[in-house]
Design a protein around this ligand. Structure first.
Ligand code: ARG
Length: 488
């Protein structure tokens, strides 16, 4: 059995064996316990948020008469000093620091003396950690929403370039990854933009639910001291305070939801990435990547690899893993706080970091790539792409669609089986004839997609205006929510 850490090595003597909770224990914690349970390596990025929450807490204690003016000044000064040390890279953690929260309290007390011992009055790490973490998540969801709008705006800009007029670029649209009907390139690009705008909506919606302060819930049941959860929530810029102290300390819905939001963003990035991987192959040849956003091969001199697109695809796996893993952590937990909940931060940090970096990289890649619109058009101008238009011509004559489908299907089959040009067969087909040949002209098919939300020039121009409005609304929503918050 381990004899535990050397008391002298685990922290300053004012903290006994270094742990803030050492009072009822006879021996120092075992090394294995410390190593296995500490979270400082992960949660130190919450330091600035925790300092802000701690300041709000001690101001609340002061309002309640639990801290004198001098004590308040000392503790606030100590908290500022800890933050400055941290920002300067000069904060030295002690072996007894289990997590960033204990580290801050230990260091404040070292700096300001006994007044530091009042910092944790009426507070538990259970409400403290949830408050700091929510504050971090709320801010990061705003950053995520901004990055999402940035990417959607890049796609909209490229859609402008692709155009909706007579010279608009078009490419084959695919179902089952088989050529189906031509679509405007602008239409295709905006399809991705709408998905990212839905992600913005989800991120901001998730942020609204995360924006609740648990501070004042204590370990699980509140306090006998005259705390002011409404006041601390307002000071921290939260939208509201918790309603139930058990829920406040055990609820990690905001973390799970954030992980889902990130997962869906990652899935969208992955699908876009897969498309760029395909489009940049010699076989498709629809795009050329900018050198700054592509990589070479260490062995094959001719290679230009789409690594950003591949990792946009590949990293979706770990973000989905973050979500699945954390849901598994949560599923069996009884109310209220359980130490398992400490496992909330690593996946959330990882998922937010991964999608933030991914959005930036994909935006850069997309902003700089070159569309090879000649290749796209050549591929889309296969006469077979107009098969539906031929069938719709017969429908306009009054033929039932199913019969028209069969007539055109038979022509396509003959053309493929006998190696005859479809145009010749169409001209020779009495029900179609010469009049139908204009449907097979390059670019003709896509111009015929005229219904609202469709892939042709008319509806795509309308869609572009609606996307501009949606982008402006999304920008406003990101910005206004930031302005409402007093985040330091
Ligand atoms: N580091 C822990 C976490 O992130 C906080 C400690 C919670 N409370 C406790 N009683 N051990 O969840």
């Amino acid at each position: 059995m381990s004899t535990g850490a050397d008391p002298d090595a685990t922290g300053p003597s004012s903290f006994g064996r270094g742990q803030l909770w050492h009072g009822r224990f006879d021996v120092a914690p075992a090394d294995e316990l410390v190593e296995f349970t500490q979270s400082l390596g992960i949660d130190q990025r919450l330091l600035v948020d925790d300092v802000a929450c701690s300041k709000a807490h001690v101001r609340g204690l002061h309002r309640a008469g639990l801290l004198s003016d001098d004590e308040l000044g000392a503790v606030l000064g100590g908290l500022d000093a800890v933050e400055m040390e941290f920002r300067a890279g000069e904060l030295v953690f002690a072996p007894g620091d289990e997590d960033v929260h204990t580290a801050i309290e230990r260091r404040v007390t070292e700096l300001v003396g006994p007044a530091g011992g009042k910092l944790h009055t009426g507070r538990s790490r259970n409400d403290q950690v949830a408050t700091a973490f929510r504050r971090y998540v709320v801010r990061e969801l705003g950053v995520l929403a901004d990055r999402l709008v940035d990417l959607a705006a890049v796609l909209a800009d490229r859609a402008d370039e692709a155009g909706t007029g007579d010279a608009a670029a078009y490419l084959p649209g695919y179902t089952h990854l088989q050529q189906a009907q031509p679509v405007l390139l602008a239409h295709h690009l905006m399809a991705h933009a709408w998905a990212f705008l839905r992600d913005v909506d989800r991120a901001l919606d998730c942020r609204r639910r995360a924006d609740v302060s648990p501070l004042g819930a204590g370990a699980l049941a509140g306090s006998s001291l005259p705390l002011d959860p409404d006041g601390t929530a307002a000071e921290l810029g939260f939208g509201s305070r918790f309603e139930n102290s058990l829920d406040a300390t055990s609820d990690r819905d905001f973390a799970a939801e954030t992980l889902f939001v990130c997962s869906l963003v990652a899935v969208h990035l992955s699908r876009l990435g897969e498309e760029v991987v395909l489009w940049s192959t010699d076989e498709f040849g629809f795009v050329r990547l900018d050198d700054a956003y592509a990589t070479g091969s260490s062995m094959l001199p001719q290679k230009k690899n789409p690594d950003i697109a591949e990792l946009a695809r590949g990293k979706a796996g770990r973000v989905i893993g973050d979500l699945a893993g954390f849901l598994a952590t949560l599923k069996g937990l009884p109310l209220a706080y359980n130490r398992d909940l400490q496992e909330d931060k690593e996946p959330v940090f990882d998922a937010l970091d991964t999608v933030r970096l991914g959005l930036g990289a994909v935006a850069g890649m997309y902003r700089t790539l070159t569309f090879r619109t000649d290749r796209m058009a050549a591929s889309a101008d296969s006469p077979h792409a107009a098969a539906t238009d031929l069938a719709e011509l017969l429908v306009a004559d009054g033929m039932p669609f199913r019969a028209a489908h069969a007539v055109v299907g038979a022509l396509v089959r003959r053309s493929l089986d006998e190696g005859l040009p479809l145009a010749d067969l169409v001209a020779a087909e009495p029900q179609l004839g010469e009049r139908a040949l204009e449907l097979l002209e390059p670019g003709a098919s896509v111009r015929r997609r005229t219904t609202p939300g469709g892939a042709g020039p008319g509806p795509v121009a309308v869609q572009r205006e609606r996307l501009a409005e949606a982008l402006a609304t999304a920008r406003r929503r990101c910005g206004s929510a930031d302005a409402d918050r007093a985040l330091g």
